[in-house]
Design a protein around this ligand. Structure first.
Ligand code: SAM
Length: 242
């Protein structure tokens, strides 16, 4: 028998609380219930502002999409994290924190999903904006979103969306700002960072990496990356230094 979504959700809540009761007693169960209420509230708040953001811009970037629900032809599919878009406040905090003139830089969103960051970056004055996404379905949504931007922001092919695996992306020969919001695990990140290092060594130029989300701390261990200040709630910025 298939349960409707609300019923299945209630059943899952019941199972979780019963497990907490068995393992952690009454106090543990009350704490678990408190955590569940807080997380539901936070999800609802996010859903509300995402709907507002999308309707203001006339785009569709909200929600969470699990990669297992998508057709993705890549050996790295299982290393990828779900689709979820950047909080615009985090994007602006990271980009504004960079002490560079965006007109001199190409901005690349590594794992661009439905294109929220591409749309945000297009509104800044970056010379070009590129999104790299390995899911054709998500990329199709991003293309529709970009098509809704004012023509002057899209002039002369300034915005490009590439349906491909990030590990195969050839970095443009220009000063770069590379943006990562939790696209994949450390194994794939390592391959991407190796490519960045290789590109920087054959073609030295300013390259900045902006990390937001859970991966923010990971690159700190890499010798070729110099952190630009401490990590903030928005994430952390690095400069490639060979
Ligand atoms: C958390 S979402 C971030 C979306 C967007 N960058 C943003 O911040 O709004 C991560 C995206 O990375 C994509 N992704 C994961 N692994 C990838 C890979 N190897 N190559 C290209 N895209 C990948 C996922 O499909 C997903 O859309």
């Amino acid at each position: 028998m298939t349960l409707s979504r609300p019923v299945a959700h209630l059943a899952a809540v019941g199972r979780r609380l019963a497990r907490a009761r068995r393992q952690r007693g009454i106090v543990g169960t009350l704490r678990e219930a408190g955590r569940m209420v807080a997380s539901t509230r936070s999800r609802r708040r996010t859903a509300r502002w995402e709907r507002r953001f999308d309707s203001e811009w006339g785009i569709d970037t909200a929600g969470i999409v699990r990669l297992t629900s998508l057709d993705i032809e890549s050996a790295n599919r299982d290393h990828g994290v779900r689709y979820q878009a950047t909080d615009p406040n985090h994007f602006h905090a990271l980009v504004d924190g960079l002490d560079v003139d965006p007109r001199d830089f190409v901005f690349v969103d590594v794992g661009s999903g439905k294109g929220r960051v591409v749309v945000l970056a297009a509104r800044e004055s970056f010379a070009r904006v590129i999104g790299v996404e390995f899911s054709p379905d998500l990329d199709a949504v991003a293309r529709r979103n970009v098509a809704r931007l004012p023509p002057e922001l899209r002039r002369n092919g300034r915005i490009r969306l590439l349906t491909m695996d990030a590990t195969e992306f050839e970095l443009p020969s220009a000063p770069l700002v590379l943006y990562f919001f939790n696209p994949f695990d450390d194994a794939v990140l390592q391959v991407v960072l190796d490519r960045i290092r290789e590109s920087a060594s054959v073609d030295p130029r300013p390259i900045y990496l902006l990390f937001t989300g859970p991966l923010s701390e990971l690159p700190a261990a890499r010798a070729e990356l110099r952190a630009l200040g401490a990590a903030s709630h928005a994430g952390v910025a690095y400069e490639v230094r060979l």
